[in-house]
Design a protein around this ligand. Structure first.
Ligand SMILES: Cc1cc2nc3c(=O)[nH]c(=O)nc-3n(C[C@H](O)[C@H](O)[C@H](O)COP(=O)(O)OP(=O)(O)OC[C@H]3O[C@@H](n4cnc5c(N)ncnc54)[C@H](O)[C@@H]3O)c2cc1C
Length: 469
């Protein structure tokens, strides 16, 4: 763990003020372990700056003293990027204000420590939509979502977090403040610097505020359908998009065994369409009027039914029924953990190759572990699968535990052979850093390293995440 000199500590405590720091063991332990307790880190000091200027003064001090920093938002990240491992932890949660909303420019300026729900609510209050939506939205912060370039359930229509930012305010590793909080949609003046920080996982600076894109509010129509094969699911996506164009907001694949896991874990869960078929799809179309969205969705499903791509379908009659569909989808990760061991990957391949990938990857894993079970679900519309190799807790001879590395290597090799990515939306962190170094083209790694060295020559910003620098 970093040894902090008395000079550094006194200066940091003075500039942050009594509410702006902590060395209490309980608080340090809380920020050193993420919500699932999956990783265990440590930190000697928690900083809680309240303003951009305080953040800048702290980072300048850290740079002068060679003290490494891990920026932290809601600590919901899944790749061990935001948990300190000896660095001081800079929590952005006190910087959570909505600074400005311009309804005619469709833009929102918000501080980095605000949870996603605050941005969604501010937009809603102004009759606008901020479309990013994911399971951790009550806790995950704007700064963390940008830094991990988060995805979620509406990427198909609105893109990832990177696509939803118009500008950023960032404290650079030398303590300078870059005010790039532009609300412009067109600004062709050289390198688009904000994109450097999207997905950088805190390795290039601390984001203190962002200008986000807002959209017109929409009403949704949601359907739950059953399909026979993954190939039918992919064809269904194309057919629904032919009918509904860009109004298709979500297209989530859910296997039958995942629905059964949720039902076993959450006993009052009702399967919307009980069936022996292996696949379900949750489809959402959104338009300015609910009845139009429903008409479009009905039309698309009627064609799909005629073409035998869909075996059965139900369109939600109420918001509550649509939420019950989503509840099943969002509960899968927790129910999988209750079921037993699950080795999880977040990968992507070209949408058209998903069926072939599933067959090839399952076969490769089964060669190593013949008893393996699979739960494959997620954002199929984005080519993004949450691919889990599972084993029930009741297994008489458990074989999966301790096999993570070997099984992940099999999955990664399969993903690469399908021109895919081994991290679709969760990022790199410490978890996938070395594997990416192995498979990423050398030129790409060198460019990334050059950018890191140029902005952070003293390597104080979240060292060891994303790339070995
Ligand atoms: C139940 C659940 C469901 C999820 N579903 C999805 C999903 O569907 N799609 C998806 O993409 N992700 C999903 N995630 C992952 C997660 O919510 C994201 O990674 C989130 O973007 C992290 O935000 P955070 O504020 O918690 O950041 P943290 O976990 O605190 O930090 C994440 C990274 O960002 C850096 N960071 C944080 N704040 C700043 C800042 N202000 N400036 C610079 N760097 C910063 C940290 O150093 C770290 O590298 C899910 C997580 C959970 C727990």
């Amino acid at each position: 763990m970093t040894e902090l000199s008395p000079d550094f500590l006194t200066a940091a405590q003075n500039l942050l003020g009594p509410r702006g720091w902590s060395m209490a063991a309980e608080e340090l332990a809380k920020v050193s372990s993420p919500w699932r307790g999956t990783y265990k880190g440590e930190t000697p000091f928690l900083a809680k700056p309240a303003t951009t200027e305080e953040t800048a003064a702290l980072v300048r001090l850290c740079n002068e003293h060679g003290v490494a920093i891990t920026p932290q938002g809601g600590n919901t990240g899944l790749v061990d990027a935001g948990t300190p491992h000896g660095e001081i932890c800079v929590s952005m949660q006190r910087m959570n204000a909505v600074r400005a909303l311009d309804a005619f420019n469709n833009s929102l300026v918000i501080e980095a420590g605000a949870p996603l729900v605050v941005a969604q609510q501010a937009a809603d209050d102004a009759q606008r939509l901020f479309p990013l939506s994911l399971g951790s939205e009550g806790t995950a912060t704007i700064g963390g979502l940008i830094s991990t370039n988060a995805g979620g359930v509406a990427v198909l229509r609105y893109g990832m977090m990177r696509d939803l930012i118009l500008g950023l305010e960032v404290v650079l590793p030398n303590g300078d403040i870059w005010n790039g909080l532009s609300g412009l949609r067109k600004n062709n003046t050289g390198y688009d610097l904000k994109h450097l920080f999207a997905g950088a996982e805190g390795t290039l600076g601390i984001i203190t505020a962002a200008t986000l894109k807002l959209f017109p509010k929409v009403q949704r129509a949601s359907a739950w359908v059953t399909c026979t094969t993954a190939s039918d699911v992919v064809k269904l996506l194309a057919m629904v998009r032919d009918h509904a164009g860009d109004t298709v907001t979500s297209f989530e694949i859910i296997p039958a065994n995942a629905v059964a896991m949720v039902q076993a874990d959450v006993p009052d869960t009702r399967d919307p369409l009980p069936s022996d078929l292996p696949w379900r799809v949750l489809i959402e179309v959104s338009m300015s009027r609910a009845e139009h969205a429903r008409d479009v969705l009905e039309g698309a499903l009627a064609s799909a039914y005629e073409s035998e791509l869909v075996q059965d379908a139900v369109i939600a009659e109420s918001v509550a029924q649509a939420e019950s569909f989503w509840h099943i989808r969002e509960t899968i990760p927790l129910s999988k953990r209750a079921y037993g061991t699950a080795l999880n990957q977040d990968i992507s391949v070209p949408v058209s190759r998903i069926p072939e990938f599933i067959d090839a990857c399952n076969a490769a894993v089964l060669e190593k572990v013949p008893s393996a079970e699979f739960v494959i679900f997620g954002h199929v519309g984005d080519g993004n699968l949450h691919y889990s190799v599972c084993e029930p807790a009741s297994a008489k001879r458990p074989v999966l535990r301790g096999q993570d590395e070997a099984i992940f290597r099999i999955i990664y090799d399969q993903v690469m052979s399908f021109d895919g990515s081994i991290s679709a939306e969760h990022g790199v962190g410490r978890l996938k850093r070395d594997e990416l170094e192995r498979i990423r083209p050398k030129a790409a790694t060198e460019m990334m390293r050059a950018i890191k060295h140029a902005l952070d020559p003293n390597k104080i910003m979240n060292p060891g995440r994303v790339i070995n620098s």
